[in-house]
Write a protein that binds this ligand. Structure first.
Ligand code: B12
Ligand code: SF4
Ligand code: SF4
Length: 297
């Protein structure tokens, strides 16, 4: 971190996110031992007019917002910041890596998440909301529009009925993280970053001009060993309900297990009413904490 006056906008934003995650008293497992939910974040920037955002209307669905639509909605809503110019649009993207302690606690699990993982999924996501709000507020204080799409009242989940129906949303934070060069997707659908797959993430869309980060990966599956070299597939064995196969991730099966089965089950096991995930495909796998090295000898 450098002298505040000589820092670029990108460095200021990166420092602000890193410092907030490092120092916030909300980044604490307050129901357990008070240790952090997340380690030092990764931060990247995307050009909001990158053609990939338009392609996501095909890849994800026409309901998926582009950064331009996010900004236009903010202007139409009468946002009163001084700079309403939409010539430049940027997406700030960050990754919150789950701590080594929580990851370790989930590695030996076979059916349901550890208490630490469940706490991280539920209350850690409330901290993630605080990060989204903090960054949006800082950028607005610098005089620019700033919206965290997941905090907007129009954010919604898309649930298609029936077998094979898609489970999606109108703003995918991982797709924006891909455009910002922070990682790639994988066989189990999880997003693998340089700090691994065990993470949560967030985005803020702004009209502040920011230099886009490099996208170092040749395709959107590169960090997964199965897609890169046909090896691994360890996440298939980790999934307790068979939601992962060589054909990919069955979101309906996964969602049923996480929401309909684990929700009530954890209430009786851990005496809490948390929204949870099992995260077994994110732990005890070669991509848990880094981009996995080749398994070919
Ligand atoms: C709906 C949702 C779910 C659904 C569906 C997940 C899904 N894959 O979409 C269910 C309930 C199953 C779910 C489960 C979990 N979730 Co969830 N979920 C979301 C949510 C709210 C929206 C996801 C979304 O919009 N998906 C859109 C669809 C289209 O994405 P997709 O199908 O995976 O995308 C594929 C295609 O687009 C394809 N693709 C095809 N062509 C191309 C071309 C290009 C160029 C690109 C880039 C991609 C691409 O690549 C992708 C992978 O195959 C996000 C938060 C958010 N707003 O982003 C969190 C989020 C994805 N979940 C997260 C987590 C942590 C989990 C769980 C681990 C639960 C837990 N905490 O323990 C499990 C993991 C399941 C898994 N193996 O992925 C994290 C991501 C963690 C990670 N490493 O990826 C997110 C981002 C929450 C957050 N803010 O941090 N989740
Ligand atoms: S466990 Fe292996 S196959 Fe599964 S997502 Fe990670 S690298 Fe890919
Ligand atoms: S989150 Fe759990 S149920 Fe869903 S795919 Fe991963 S291991 Fe399977």
């Amino acid at each position: 971190m450098g002298d505040e006056s000589t820092l670029s906008m990108e460095e200021k934003i990166r420092d602000s996110i890193v410092n907030f995650v490092k120092n916030s008293s909300a980044n604490r497992m307050f129901h357990l031992d008070g240790s952090p939910f997340y380690e030092d974040p990764l931060v990247g920037f995307a050009d909001g007019r990158d053609p990939l955002f338009e392609q996501f209307k095909e890849i994800i669905g026409d309901y998926h917002y582009t950064p331009r639509e996010v900004m236009e909605t903010a202007v139409q809503a009468g946002d009163d910041v001084p700079n309403q110019d939409l010539d430049k649009i940027s997406v700030i993207s960050y990754i919150l890596p789950v701590t080594a302690k929580t990851r370790k606690s989930n590695r030996s699990q076979r059916h349901h998440p550890s208490l630490q993982w469940a706490h991280q999924r539920n209350c850690g996501e409330r901290f993630n909301d605080a990060v989204r709000d903090h960054v949006a507020m800082e950028v607005r204080e610098m005089g620019y529009l700033a919206v965290a799409p997941m905090r907007a009242d129009y954010f919604k989940y898309i649930m298609e009925e029936g077998p094979g129906g898609d489970v999606s949303s109108n703003w995918s934070e991982r797709h924006a993280a891909y455009v910002a060069g922070l990682g790639t997707f994988s066989l189990n659908d999880g997003f693998i970053t340089s700090k691994g797959i065990a993470m949560r993430c967030g985005n803020i869309v702004t009209n502040m001009p920011l230099q886009p980060s490099d996208r170092p990966y040749p395709d959107h599956y590169h960090n997964c060993l199965y897609y890169r070299e046909g090896t691994c597939k360890i996440c298939i064995k980790r999934c307790p309900v068979g939601a992962i196969t060589e054909a990919g991730h069955d979101k309906q099966k996964c969602r049923w297990y996480l929401v309909d089965y684990l929700g009530p089950m954890l209430t009786s096991r851990y005496n809490c009413d948390w929204t949870t995930g099992c995260g077994l495909c994110q732990t005890a796998v070669p991509c848990e904490q880094s981009i996995p090295p080749s398994q070919k000898t």
